[in-house]
Structure formats: structure tokens, C-alpha cells
Design a protein around this ligand. Structure first.
Ligand code: ADP
Length: 493
């Protein structure tokens, strides 16, 4: 099977979030399974410093964007595995900028135009590079239009007739909505600007466009696939997804088992596995307490949090519980993240007032993220919604017990421990209701269990012995590509 991944980001070429991790890891796993894919990405300013060799191909193209013609060039690189080809679309006016989608908290005003161009470039590249493609795998709103062009324009040409389109939703909260006149930029007939296809409450919606024109749709966990079919998690697109529920699949993301491996992690002061965790993890904990200026109390539960400081991640609950607990319990907190100013302020205040209890680092630091995963006793993810979530999977691998809200991928991966009816397969603590009361109760149960070593070590062992690597999920994607090909040709157009 020949797959072309179209994405606006992929590690190591560009990254703002989980989309880049998926598009960096999954193609390499598919190659291992005998389905070597190719990737196509924009060539951003940051891409130049990705560490991979990039060569010009001498292939230029020109596409219509509204009433003008815009030219671009194709460059070639390769994934760090040395095999998977990566094609980069160079168009400096659109992509040679400091950031991928916007700066200073504001989206670039021409984002629609930039990704109309990229989506058209994807289709042109197939012809110009003479790629034989079975499935075009588009990801998130930035490449939703590529599937519309495939069905409505290019699909009429022999080379494209047999290409099936898969669309993956990584986070439905980001939809690529633009004012209706941007429809002119797409070059598609206004007849498609209707509530069943590209229009959404008067706007052009590029995520919806991808959903409508794909042969099959996937998202990054089975639970999230169900949740987005109703309000509020469908973010207004629940009706579209319900209508396409027979073509909607959920596949959990995997983790990069090389980067996140407590046995070989260069960021850690000591290394361990499931056999040595009980002896070595306290060394990592003591080192983390020292690094963060927390008292080196081995018996105080240390709770870690790493992530975007956004409403999605349940920061209001975390801050509420911290405020109530800092003076009344011996629990310590290690928080790493950047995001909304209101959370920065509240967390800074807690850290200033209670330096012995709350350590807060408002930065992006991969090494510290690794050390928190290894040094904390518990890892907190009280998300409002979570398409898949990666940190809980890293935590399981690092013997750090996740405390999560049961939503999306968190519900699919974390089996909560029930002290009244202890379950053999429990690997963490889970709560349902989005409230600080429910979070506080889950944390209280976790702290009780922490003080019972036989219970705690069992929870750690279950998590550490689970396999959350990409090799498992990649097999499911192979089956999904086959289904996508079967469904090809049955969509609305
Ligand atoms: P999302 O994609 O919604 O941000 P995920 O849990 O799927 O959440 O992935 C987030 C990734 O980004 C994780 O690998 C996490 O460790 C990392 N990350 C987020 N914020 C930071 C930070 N401040 N420092 C280091 N790593 C971070």
C-alpha cells in the first residue's frame, strides 16, 4: 500500500503539538510493517534547522489562489530513519515566518490562503513527483481542502481516480474557520458553500471540508471518536460526524518508545525498568526535589503536571485543589507549562507564597518534562477533553501513577483503582465529573494508596508492563487504510 501523509507539521521538521508527533512517528512504523509511505509538509523557517538534509528538486509549480497564480518549489528530505521520503513545499511568502500559524497569540491573517496553497500543492506534487498513491492521508483543518480538491477536481484525472482519502482529526476544537469570502481563494464552486459541505454558521470551515470529502475519518482514540458525535465535544460538528459515523474510526496514538524510555533517558539522573523502579525511582524523585527547590522529603507525595496551560487541560481545577491543599497536606507539586496568562499568574502566586510545596516552571523544557515524568509519584491530567493525550502514556512507562479525568484517550488508557473493589488491571486513578471536588477526591484516594506500598507498587507494575508503542497502533492504521480504499468513491460530491 502506498500512503501519502499530508500534514502541516511533523517531527523533526516542524512542531507545535501532538499532530507533529503522530506524523513524525506513524510513517516510520508503517515502513517497518512493509508499507513505506511518503510525507509532504510546508517548508517553514524553522524547518531549515531541523537537522535533516534538505535538497532542492528543481521542480516548480504554479497554482491558482483566488484570482492570482502563485508559484512554489518542491524540496526533498528524509525522516531520521533514513528511508521515509519527505517532500517540502517551499513558498517563502507564506511559510518563511517565525512561527507556523501565528505570533503573539494571534493567527496569521492569511492562514486560509496559506493552506489553500499548501492543499493545492499536495495534489500537484503527486503528479510532478510521479507518486503512485493508494491513500492520501490528510490531517486536521490545514489539509482538509486537499481532500476536496481530490474529489472535486483532480479525481477526474486518471492518475488520481483510484486515490482514496483519509482524514484524521487530532483536535476538533481547532477547525480553521474563515469568513465566507475566503471561499473565493479555494477556487471551488460556490455551490459547495452550503451547510452540508463547506459552510458552518456563515463561515468557511476547512475541518468540516475534510470530514465531508474524506472516504473515511479517524481520530486519535476510540472514546474521542464517540464523544465528538455529540455536544459539547463535537464543537458544533457533531451532526456531520453522526451522519458519517459508519466511516468514523478511533485509533489511539502511540508513544516514541525510544525517546521515552526510563532505561535509556539521557535527561535522568538514574535509570530504571519495571524490576528496578522501586529502588531507583526515589533517586530521581530526590534529584527533582533538589532541582526544583522542594524539601527532600521522600514520604511526601510529589504530584507532577506538564502541558499547555490552557482551559482544555483542567488548570482551573488544579489551581483550586492546590490552593486548598498547600496549607493542609504534605503533598508537593511540580508544574511545568506555558499558556494563558491567568494561569501563569495564579501558579506564580502559589509558588511565591508556598515555595516548599509548589514548584512552578513557566517554560517549555523537554529535559525537565522527562525528569518530572521520572521523579514525580503521580501525574495529573484533569482535562476537560483530551483527544488522546500522551503524557499519561509516558507516565505509565515511567512508573508514575496517572490521576486523570475519564475523557477521550484518558478514558481509553487509564483504568482507575477502586479501593472498595480493587481491580487487577488498575493502572491509575480516574474521576468523571469536571469539578475540583471530584479531582480532590481522586487525589485523596491516590495519596491513601501511595501510603500502602503493596498497592502502589502493583499499580506501577501494571502500567510499566503495558505496551503503548506505535507498533500496535500502526497495525490498526494499515487496516484502516484498507477500509478507506474500500469506501473510496462513496462520498458526497
Ligand atoms: P496536546 O497535544 O494537547 O498539547 P499531548 O499530551 O497530546 O497534549 O502532548 C503534549 C506534548 O507536549 C507532550 O509530549 C508534553 O510533554 C509536551 N509539552 C507540553 N508542554 C510542555 C512544556 N512546557 N515543556 C515540555 N514539554 C511540554
Amino acid at each position: 500500500m502506498n500512503i501519502l501523509f499530508a500534514s502541516s507539521e511533523a517531527v523533526p521538521f516542524s512542531k507545535t503539538g501532538g499532530l507533529a508527533d503522530v506524523c513524525g512517528a506513524l510513517p516510520v512504523e508503517l515502513a517497518k510493517l512493509g508499507h513505506p509511505p511518503a510525507l509532504i509538509l510546508p517548508h517553514y523557517r524553522k524547518t531549515r534547522y531541523c537537522g535533516q538534509p534538505i535538497e532542492p528538486l528543481g521542480i516548480d509549480f504554479i497554482v491558482p489562489i483566488g484570482s492570482k497564480m502563485v508559484s512554489g518549489h518542491l524540496l526533498k528530505s528524509v525522516m531520521p530513519d533514513g528511508n521515509t521520503p519527505v517532500y517540502l513545499v517551499e513558498q517563502d511568502q507564506y511559510f518563511d515566518r517565525d512561527e507556523l500559524y501565528g505570533a503573539d497569540g494571534k493567527d496569521y491573517v492569511d492562514n486560509c490562503e496559506r493552506f489553500v496553497f499548501f492543499s493545492r500543492a499536495v495534489l500537484e506534487a503527486i503528479r510532478l513527483l510521479d507518486l503512485k498513491i493508494d491513500v492520501l492521508h490528510a490531517n486536521d483543518w490545514q489539509t482538509g481542502l486537499a481532500l476536496a480538491y481530490l474529489k472535486l477536481e483532480y479525481g477526474k484525472l486518471p492518475r488520481y481516480q483510484k486515490i482514496a482519502g483519509l482524514f484524521t482529526i487530532h483536535n476538533i476544537a481547532y477547525q480553521g474557520q474563515f469568513w465566507h469570502w475566503d471561499m473565493l481563494l479555494t477556487g471551488l464552486d460556490w455551490k459547495y458553500f452550503n451547510w452540508r459541505q463547506m459552510e458552518f454558521h456563515g463561515n468557511l470551515n476547512l475541518l468540516k471540508t475534510g470530514l465531508v470529502f474524506a472516504d473515511a475519518i479517524s481520530t486519535v482514540s476510540p472514546r474521542y471518536a464517540r464523544e465528538i458525535q455529540s455536544s459539547p465535544l463535537g464543537s458544533g460538528l457533531e451532526g456531520v460526524l453522526q451522519a458519517r459515523r459508519d466511516s468514523l474510526f478511533g485509533i489511539l496514538n502511540g508513544i516514541d518508545a525510544k525517546e521515552w524510555d526510563p532505561q535509556n533517558d539521557p535527561h535522568l539522573p538514574a535509570h530504571y525498568n519495571a524490576e528496578t523502579v522501586e529502588r531507583v525511582k526515589p533517586i530521581c524523585k530526590a534529584a527533582l526535589q533538589k532541582e526544583l527547590g522542594l524539601p527532600r522529603e521522600s514520604s511526601a507525595p510529589l504530584i507532577g503536571f506538564v502541558g499547555r496551560l490552557a482551559d482544555q487541560k483542567g488548570l482551573d481545577l488544579v489551581i483550586d485543589v492546590m490552593q486548598r491543599w498547600v496549607q493542609t497536606s504534605d503533598v508537593q507539586w511540580a508544574i511545568l507549562g506555558t499558556g494563558e496568562p491567568k494561569y501563569h499568574k495564579a501558579l506564580e502566586k502559589l509558588a511565591d507564597r508556598f515555595p516548599g510545596k509548589a514548584a512552578v516552571r513557566l517554560e517549555f523544557s523537554t529535559p525537565l518534562a522527562h525528569r518530572i515524568e521520572a521523579g514525580a509519584d503521580m501525574f495529573l491530567m484533569p482535562s476537560r477533553f483530551e483527544p488522546c493525550g500522551l503524557n499519561q502514556l509516558y507516565s505509565l512507562r515511567y512508573g508514575t501513577v496517572p490521576v486523570v479525568r475519564s475523557t477521550g484517550g484518558l478514558a481509553d488508557t487509564i483504568v482507575g483503582y477502586d479501593p472498595l473493589a480493587p481491580n487487577e488491571n488498575a493502572n491509575g486513578f480516574a474521576f468523571e465529573e469536571y469539578s475540583s471536588l471530584a479531582l480532590g477526591e481522586a487525589l485523596r484516594q491516590a495519596c491513601d494508596a501511595y501510603r500502602r506500598p503493596e498497592v502502589w507498587q502493583k499499580l506501577i507494575a501494571v502500567g510499566m508492563n503495558q505496551d503503548w508503542s506505535w507498533s500496535r497502533s500502526a497495525k490498526e492504521y494499515v487496516a484502516l487504510y484498507e477500509k478507506t480504499m474500500e469506501r473510496s468513491g462513496v462520498t458526497t460530491n
